[in-house]
Structure formats: structure tokens, C-alpha cells
Design a protein around this ligand. Structure first.
Ligand SMILES: *[C@@H]1O[C@H](CO)[C@@H](O)[C@H](O)[C@H]1NC(C)=O
Length: 219
């Protein structure tokens, strides 16, 4: 069992080392890129156990893979949230592109959640005209976030990680513009936690995109 697991896991390790070369993409990567993160099964209890052991110097293949995820997330906006949201979608060795798509999927999910919140609040009779105006601005921003994430996922499918990175930064601007819509109206945003989570998940995506782009600053 231990031996066969090792053999299976060596292959993705080799494949990931090719990631930095954008042109030399193995054909099986295209298949990987076509898979949505949401298609991955939930983590089994044994995976969780391995995660907990990662801090201790347990030299298992699984803890090594978790260490790879921790390393990928270490410079993220929220390293803990980064690891927690990606871990369920990682089976063997860490494929940073799979990790990135999982984090983008998590960002998409919170965006959809907030969009629904905005609709619900807008429909409430007690919502004031000013609040509705701010909610309208936010609805536009969150719709733009959905478009941007989809656009970035397309770029990643075409192996244009750098292009995705450049585009994805807009997500945080849209998030900020929604917060500002309420601040400028003298009120406070009615969904502060989700807005903060979106900021953190978006920042995590940006950190991974930067990592995959070879950590060269475009500015
Ligand atoms: C997004 O939400 C769906 C539905 O709750 C869930 O199945 C999926 O795993 C989530 N995706 C990510 C990347 O968290």
C-alpha cells in the first residue's frame, strides 16, 4: 500500500516541476485544467488527520504534500483560509493549478453568496432608498467579479497564468468599490464578514497567481 502510493505520487511531482515553463505544457495538463474544482470529492476523515499531524515532523508522503500546500499559501492574504479552502481539493502531490482553481472556486462561491444577499436586502420593504442605491452599486461590482473570475479561469485554461493574474487584481477593486458605496453613504456594509472573506480569498488567489507567474512583479 505504502509503496504503490509512492509510485502514484511521483508522477504528479514531476509534472508540477514543469509548471513554471508556460510553453512546455504536457497534454494531460489540459485535461486537468478542464476539471472544475467543485468536481473534487470532500475530504475523508483520514485526510483531516494528516493535516493535523503536519506540524509534527511526521515523515509521511501525505504530510509532505500538506507541507507543499502550506508553503504555497504562506504568503497569501490569509494563509489559514487558503489551506482550509484548498485542502479538500488536493489528493496527491500538490498541483498549484488545481490549488488555484479551488481558491478561485471558493472566491466564486462567496461572490454568489453575497450577490444573493444583495438581492434579498434590496427586496426588503424596510430597506431605504439610500441603502438600495448602495446595494445597486454592489450588485454591479459583484456581477463584475463573477465575470472577472470566469475570464481568469478561461485564461488559466489557455495556460495564460500571467494574463489571469493581471485581470484578477480587479476583483479586489470591485470588492472595495462595494464597501465604499456604503461608507460614502455614511452607513456600514450589511455583510461585513462575507466582504472580508471575499477580500481574503481574492488576495489568496492573487498570491498564488503571482507564485505561478514566477513571482516577477509587473509594476
Ligand atoms: C462551491 O460551492 C459548492 C456548493 O456548495 C460546493 O460543492 C463546492 O465544493 C464549492 N467550491 C469550492 C471551490 O469551494
Amino acid at each position: 500500500m505504502a509503496l504503490s502510493r509512492k509510485i502514484i505520487l511521483v508522477v504528479p511531482l514531476i509534472c508540477c516541476s514543469l509548471l513554471s515553463g508556460n510553453d512546455a505544457v504536457p497534454s494531460h495538463r489540459n485535461k486537468l485544467l478542464g476539471e472544475l474544482p467543485s468536481a473534487a470529492p470532500a475530504p475523508s476523515p483520514s485526510d483531516k488527520q494528516v493535516l493535523d499531524l503536519a506540524g509534527n515532523a511526521v515523515d509521511t508522503v501525505a504530510s509532505k504534500h500538506n507541507a507543499q500546500l502550506v508553503a504555497l499559501c504562506q504568503d497569501a492574504e490569509s494563509p489559514t483560509l487558503c489551506v482550509d479552502t484548498i485542502a479538500p481539493f488536493i489528493q496527491g502531490a500538490l498541483d498549484p493549478v488545481v490549488a488555484l482553481k479551488a481558491e478561485m472556486g471558493a472566491t466564486m462561491n462567496i461572490t454568489v453568496k453575497v450577490s444573493n444577499t444583495i438581492k434579498t436586502l434590496h427586496a426588503k420593504p424596510e430597506t431605504t432608498k439610500d441603502e438600495k442605491a448602495s446595494l445597486d452599486i454592489c450588485a454591479d461590482q459583484y456581477s463584475s467579479i463573477v465575470d472577472t473570475i470566469n475570464d481568469c479561469l478561461d485564461s488559466i485554461k489557455q495556460n495564460d497564468v500571467y494574463g489571469a493574474w493581471m485581470k484578477f487584481a480587479a476583483v479586489l477593486s470591485y470588492q472595495q468599490a462595494c464597501e465604499d458605496a456604503f461608507k460614502e453613504g455614511g452607513g456600514s456594509i450589511p455583510f461585513p464578514e462575507d466582504s472580508k472573506t471575499l477580500f481574503q480569498l481574492g488576495g489568496n488567489c492573487l498570491a498564488i497567481l503571482m507564485h505561478l507567474s514566477g513571482e516577477t512583479s509587473p509594476y
